[in-house]
Design a protein. Structure first.
Lengths: 148, 148
DNA sequence: CATTAACTCTAGTAAATAAGTAGGATATCA
DNA sequence: TGATATCCTACTTATTTACTAGAGTTAATG
């Protein structure tokens, strides 16, 4: 399951994507408009900032703005930052591979075989769908629109 | 993430799939061979039984056996029984749809759009890959072999 | 130049979930 | 009827999730 935190992150990013990058938006504005707990959102935006997705400005006229254009921010990256690897098993992750502690033989593991397929098809979607892809377009041809 | 419980369930089913259905297997044998905590495995098999995936026999010569042939048991069903819906969001599930509590407008929700795509591509794999599909075959052509 | 209002950062906390354990009840076979 | 298997309810312990609190830092402004 996607965490609440990841949903908040996506909502915040989509909100920032609608704003002008030259006018940073207050955390409190995003929190109010998207009904996200403000203090929680602070932590989330900080995390997104550390990973280079947003810029922040301190002081009285501070706020947040996207660090890239909406077509350069992919859902896969956001989810990895907030929730960790896309794969359902550590041993099926390609960006954060880890052995399963209790796995006898990874080469022949039937579960891993299946979950690798799932992780790949998931990543194919999430790493090719940007904020821009879902902002204007309807639900049709989303994946094709992402260049697959 | 796939729960440990779901992994145990799959391992147990794959183990039963290798056995003759006319000779039920003791929980203790599966637990030993697959290194699954026995009492925990009891609960898991009971759950799989209630959902019709396995048969059980009580008393001294009791044990468990598959209730279907391995080509009729799909990973999707196993995961749904043990871990719940495949979708990453309640509102993106097709077998167990539920509204997200904090969603303003489901029709226009960008996050849902994306997660619906992910859930569909995941289900396409998991609901078309059976125990039999991974038992003999190698890793190549897994999905094609499942009839996609 | 002090005040105000924004972001930054470290902790802490309550509730839910995950991963088991314990132990008795029930069924079957020899 | 005793041994040994599954069945079932309840409990426990650790981790994770979803926040909250509060002090610190930075920058505009009157």
């Amino acid at each position: 399951m996607l965490s609440q935190k990841a949903k908040y992150a996506m909502r915040a990013l989509l909100y920032l994507a609608q704003a002008q990058p030259e006018n940073p938006v207050f955390i409190s504005e995003i929190a109010d408009q998207q009904s996200v707990p403000k203090k929680f959102l602070e932590l989330i935006l900080l995390d997104l900032k550390r990973h280079g997705l947003v810029h922040s400005y301190r002081g009285k006229k501070g706020g947040y703005a996207l660090a890239k254009t909406p077509d350069q921010i992919y859902f896969g990256q956001v989810i990895r930052i907030i929730d960790g690897p896309l794969a359902q098993l550590p041993c099926a992750s390609r960006t954060a591979y880890r052995r399963c502690d209790d796995c006898e033989n990874e080469q022949t593991c039937e579960i891993r075989q299946v979950m690798l397929q799932v992780r790949d098809s998931t990543a194919r979607i999430l790493d090719n769908t940007s904020l821009a892809d879902v902002m204007v377009k309807g639900t049709a041809e989303l994946v094709e629109g992402a260049g697959i």
